[in-house]
Design a protein around this ligand. Sequence first.
Ligand code: EPS
Length: 389
Amino acid sequence: MVLRYLTAGESHGRALTVIVEGLPAGMPVLASDIESEMARRRLGYGRGPRQRFEQDVITLVGGVRHGRTLGSPISIEIQNSEWFRSDKWHAEMSPEPGATESPLTQPRPGHADLTGMQKYGFSDARDVLERASARETAARVAAGALAKLLLSHLGVSVFSHVIQIGAVRATGATVPRPEDLPAIDASEVRCFHTDTEAQMIAHIEDAARDGDSLGGIVEVLAYGVPIGLGSYVHWDRKIDALLAQSVMSIQAVKGVEIGDGFQVAGVRGSLAHDAISWDETGKTYRRETMKAGGTEGGMTTGEPLVVRAAMKPLATLNRPTLKTVDTITKQETVSFKERTDVTAVPAMGVVAETMVALVLATEAQRKFGGDSLAEFVRNARAFSDNLAL
Ligand code: EPS
């Protein structure tokens, strides 16, 4: 059984839910393991007021007994603190028959609003935006926390750092390692190269002052990845394709790069590839550089995985200036105002880690199988201890 998961719930509804199926039995899990990952997603300078009160308290509804997975589907509920703070949303989001008194009819350019209304036949953009909202990523991170726990038993660490916010790009060339994660999380913009941190914060403050928003780029790194996850034999088994799809599915992500994907497109072949050498001490092959981002031919090479994600500036603006049309009057107007973040790039990094971890855990299970954690780990060890070359 490979890992699969499904999320449900709306941003201002009562709760989000996620069901994760396919984790082996016998894996230790604590609610606090999941909550601490979810707390990381709320980090980051430039987030809106909601992050100050969303608690992301979870209830493990099924699949875990006495602190260990049962091998059955794991069900997690994440209450939306917003719902319990006041009854403001109870009528607006009620599942009972009724109608809103204030439909949103000025769709935001760049958001799912207009096309979602056309596609599903809605006259209120709220019917779209409640599910299109990035609040849903809280549920993904809960699932990703389980994937990370599974991967930790293979010695795999997945983490991220911010390399660009708006026009400010981090300049450092050192690639962070898993032990650098506490320092990255301690940075207000989750930036490893802290010399650009102050500039990034000032850039966010400038945008906030103008009621505007900023995008940016994050880099996800995974160390300790087993050799041979994914395959070259079919388009839909290639690990780079699976990673690209998963990371691209994150709200507002418009670009995904594996390794130096876009940069190597501009250099000669003699300079574009990672030379192979033999490490006699570790009795293993090494790639001398990281240009391919840890994948060749749709398979992981065992080298660190590098996945970058570019996020567009959020389509919701605190001072709406984007031109749109009112869907009732068809008159020109500006998009409706919603409480919003100035930037969510640091949080998106945590979500991107999640998506990478979910792909790696799924593919590790596909390769190594096993119904119990012990069997899964034994199978993975047997493979790496008996590599043919
Ligand atoms: C979001 C808009 C904001 C963010 C929200 C995502 O919510 P609200 O409109 O209620 O202020 O805070 O993110 C979260 C709630 C979260 O937990 O990440 C959007 O439109 O995508």
